[in-house]
Each structure stands twice: as structure tokens, then as C-alpha cells.
Design a protein around this ligand. Sequence first.
Ligand code: TZP
Ligand code: MG
Length: 221
Amino acid sequence: MQATFDVRAAMRLYFVAGSQDVAHLSGNPADNLLKVLEQALQAGITCYQFREKGAKSLQDPTACKALAIRCRDLCRQHNVPFVIDDNVKLAIEVGADGIHVGQSDMSPAEAKQRSGGKCVVGTSVNTLAQGLVAQADPHVDYFGVGPIFPTFSKEDPKPVVTPDFVTTIRQNNIDKPIVAIGGIGVDTAAMLRAKGADGVAVISAIARAEDIFATVKELLR
Ligand code: TZP
Ligand code: MG
């Protein structure tokens, strides 16, 4: 998968995860992330974001890079875009297809420029004002909208926006690819697409699923 891909189509079911998100499973968290990712890819996720973050994440940069490379290779085998959260240096080193920068991270313009224009750049939106800025910024290729519902997968989440915020975004002439995120599961994914999201991004719905294959199929419906 090269940096050029159909960004809107990739938003359909965007899996976000790092080793900290599978720390509840027994065994080595890095190996567990690879197992969960492989099952999710086999089941049909349309994008993956490597998000190694927080107290339970890998603290050694060498181990983190090695894991990123293995995740990248799995994504390539399945022709699914591989995005890295926050760490622009790592994204460039491993040839990621995309970089995701939050509101308090590096600017989309700088992330785009550092990648030589090769990476798709995503950002996060929690207010209409941020949405209008992201829409107008030529360096932003897509953005995540959320948290839609309360989430337990992020330290210090922003205030919940509710599903109607997706409708508000679309009513304000914002037509870039958007992915809804935060507390989304099999019962809410289709509703968020109906409200105007191109898709949903999830951590726990997949990382904590009893049956990853069946859950991914449900989330894709
Ligand atoms: N950004 C906004 S909410 C969130 C991120 C990374 C966490 C989403 O995780 P979950 O488990 O799908 O609520
Ligand atoms: Mg960030």
C-alpha cells in the first residue's frame, strides 16, 4: 500500500490500537497486538492506526519501532493503509501511509511537509471551530470526530460530542472524509454512517472483542 489510497473508503472501519490496548490479554502485549491486528485485517478492517501511547505502552523506542514495522508489514500484506499516531519521525522512518496529529501535536502542514508530501495527514476535531479549520486546511486529508460517546481507551479525553455533532459538521459545508471515534460499537456504527460519517474508528470494540472476526463483520455492516 503506497501513500496514495482512497482516503474516504479507508475511513469505513478504522482500527486504532497499540500494545496497551491488548494488555488485558495474557502473554506478550506486542505479540498480542500483532495477533489481534492480523485477525482484524483478515476480517476486513479498511485502515489501521498504530497508536502506542500511555503508561502501559512500550517505553523503549527500539521495541516500539520494531513493533511498528511488523504492524506495517501485516497491513501491506492485506493492502490496508498503515497510519501512525503522533510520532511523525517514526512514521517517516517506517514509510507509513499516513500520520495522525491531534490538536496539540505537530501541525498538519508540518507533518505533511516532513513526509515530503507522501503521507496522508489526519487530525482530530472536537468542536465546530476545529472542524472548519480542518476543512479549510489543505494539508488535512481526513479528520476524526469525537469522542462521540464516553471512552475508556484514552487518557484525558475531550468532552463527548454526541452523534448529532456529525450531522452538525456536515450541515456546515464540511465535506472532507470524516471518521467518528469514541465509545463506538456494533450497535452504533451504522447510525453514525447514517449521520454523515464516512466510517467509524474503534479501539476497544475490536481489541476487547470476544470474537474479533464476527465483530469486524458487524461493524462493517
Ligand atoms: N480519540 C478520541 S476517542 C479515542 C481516541 C483515540 C479512543 C477510542 O477508543 P474506544 O475504545 O473505541 O472508545
Ligand atoms: Mg495525539
